[in-house]
Design a protein around this ligand. Structure first.
Ligand SMILES: O=P(O)(O)OC[C@H]1O[C@H](OP(=O)(O)OP(=O)(O)O)[C@H](O)[C@@H]1O
Ligand SMILES: O=c1cc[nH]c(=O)[nH]1
Ligand SMILES: [Mg+2]
Length: 216
């Protein structure tokens, strides 16, 4: 399942346009906050698909039956660009457990790259909803490697993926590997450069959020 959140005509498409816009995207605080806001909207949308338990809540004047989230999800994010999106999800799923994965593009001298997965910090995943955030779903290689790792660690009951911009080929790759994943994205673009950048995309999300890094 793929949900393009910009299709719902909300303020979210303004925020995606600011992420893309070369005249606005270099304001790092605004760039991070826009990713965070997309995470917040995705949290509400995903929360509509989860299970709730009617629970008696004592108020000063009586009992109110409130629907409470039956089980806390696990919020997993891919370092480093995933952090602001993750924070947005965590603002709403504020009792969730969290996982951090360092899946990054390790570049070779010839310009090719492979995904290097080095650091993982992860809670118990058995039978839990896992929500993975990464702003850019380009080739899908980082996400597929991450999902395979999380699947080997435990048996999540369902997997949601949240991204700001997803490329069609990347979506297809993720869904081939994980057909039941639910992908929530701010926008979908059709092109990928030879170096694996999304077109029109927005550039390098990690650099725009946190500054340039030296190639490893
Ligand atoms: O779908 P893929 O082709 O795998 O590409 C997407 C990945 O690339 C970016 O990370 P990057 O390697 O730039 O690391 P960063 O977050 O440190 O910038 C992005 O945040 C994704 O994790
Ligand atoms: O377009 C892309 C692709 C991968 N990572 C990014 O930050 N941008
Ligand atoms: Mg990057």
């Amino acid at each position: 399942m793929v949900v393009n959140l910009s299709k719902q005509y909300s303020l979210l498409s303004d925020w995606v346009s600011e992420l893309r816009n070369v005249d606005i995207q270099n304001d790092r605080m605004r760039f991070r906050r826009n990713l965070e806001r997309i995470g917040e909207v995705a949290a509400i949308e995903i929360s509509k698909t989860l299970a709730y338990t009617p629970t008696d809540i004592q108020t000063p004047l009586g009992i109110s039956v409130c629907n409470l989230l039956s089980k806390q999800p696990v919020l997993a994010t891919i370092l480093r660009a995933g952090l602001p999106l993750h924070q947005g999800l965590l603002n709403y799923f504020d009792r969730a457990d969290n996982a951090f994965i360092s899946a990054y593009r390790k570049h070779n001298k010839d310009g090719s790259f492979e995904i290097s997965l080095e650091y993982v910090s992860c809670p118990e995943l058995e039978d839990r909803t896992v929500i993975i955030s990464d702003p850019m779903l380009a080739t899908g290689a980082s996400l597929v490697k991450t999902i395979q790792y999380l699947r080997d660690e435990g048996h999540p009951s369902e997997i949601h993926v949240v991204c700001a911009i997803a490329c069609t080929v990347g979506i297809e790759y993720v869904l081939r590997s994980e057909p039941k994943a639910k992908i929530w994205c701010g926008a979908i673009d059709d092109e990928l450069t030879a170096k694996g950048y999304i077109v029109p995309g927005l550039g390098d999300a990690g650099d725009l959020a946190f500054g340039n890094k030296v190639q490893m």
